[in-house]
Design a protein around this ligand. Structure first.
Ligand code: PGA
Length: 303
């Protein structure tokens, strides 16, 4: 497994964790499994810092044909998926209808983008209303490929999120730093600025899942180390606590994306602030995606 050794400069996760009062869990298995560092037993029982259910999304990006997607859907339909995980796949727009009509209801469907307001004279765009018409429940917004290749900025993405939420879609809100930003010690600044743009635009965080995806890890095979990911997830939860509310910080799922695969998901899932994954390349293989979904078991098993 290739990893990037660049570490965060500035804040250290331990500092943030110490300065953050414990968030209280009320709903899930995490309640029983959360230990303060001083009480952590020697057998490693893994916990969730947040109270949200594990969430795994498959971002198929601009991949697939009718034929390959038929096979992928069939593999997903026959996979055994742990029950306590929200599972979502995001096909290309043109295959959403095919996927919706053939995929098990166990897996929800997301779009990879949506228009900023009600549909109309916007050539080449897809509206939230059209996505709802097809039974889509989620939309991925702010993905780094749309930020850095297409040129979408923070405010535009924030407005899209607000509109999608207002129409009842859930939003997978992506954030993440470029390699040069990490190397310049700006990882937290960049992530917090992107978070603020969402916070400034949305009236509620109820239907938002945050996806932390360091750009240098996306599609590169250079996965963040579990500690690198955990450091940022802790910081994001802390930011939510300070800037939104303790309740939102506790219940908002913060998922990791960037070269997640069947081999590295278990170690990542053990980190207490990693509440799931957004998966690109490995989500195109049904059995491997199922392995990633089922890595939730790493959270609740005593070693
Ligand atoms: P990857 O993509 O898993 O292929 O790195 C992740 C993503 O872009 O969501």
């Amino acid at each position: 497994m290739a990893t990037l050794s660049t570490s965060l400069s500035g804040l250290k996760s331990a500092t943030i964790r110490r300065s953050s009062p414990k968030l209280h869990n009320t709903h899930h298995f995490s309640t029983q499994l959360r230990f303060s560092s001083s009480r952590k037993p020697s057998a490693s029982i893994v916990a969730m810092a947040g109270t949200g259910k594990f969430f795994v999304g498959g971002n198929w990006k601009c991949n697939g044909t009718k034929e390959s997607i038929t096979k992928l859907v069939s593999d997903l339909n026959s996979a055994t998926l742990e029950p306590d995980v929200d599972v979502v796949v995001a096909p290309p727009f043109v295959y959403i209808d095919q996927v919706k009509s053939t995929l098990t209801d166990r897996v929800e469907v997301s779009a990879q983008n949506s228009w900023i307001s009600k549909g109309g004279a916007f050539t080449g765009e897809i509206s939230v209303e059209q996505l709802k018409d097809l039974g889509v429940k989620w939309v991925i917004l702010g993905h780094s490929e749309r930020r850095h290749i297409i040129g979408e900025d923070d405010q535009f993405i924030g407005k899209k999120a607000a509109y999608a939420l207002s129409e009842g879609l859930g939003v997978i809100a992506c954030i993440g730093e470029l390699l040069e930003e990490r190397e310049a010690g700006k990882t937290f600044d960049v992530c917090f600025q992107q978070l603020k743009a969402y916070a400034d635009a949305v009236p509620s965080w109820d239907n938002i899942v945050i996806a932390y995806e360091p750009v240098w890890a996306i599609g590169t095979g250079k996965v963040a180390t579990p500690q690198q990911a955990q450091d940022v997830h802790v910081a994001v939860r802390d930011w939510l606590k300070k800037n939104v509310s303790a309740e939102v910080a506790s219940k908002t799922r913060i998922i990791y994306g960037g070269s997640v695969n069947g081999g590295n998901c278990a170690e990542l899932a053990k980190q207490e602030d990693i509440d799931g994954f957004l998966v690109g390349g490995a989500s195109l293989k049904g059995p491997e995606f199922a392995t990633i979904v089922n890595s939730v078991t790493s959270k609740k098993v005593a070693a």
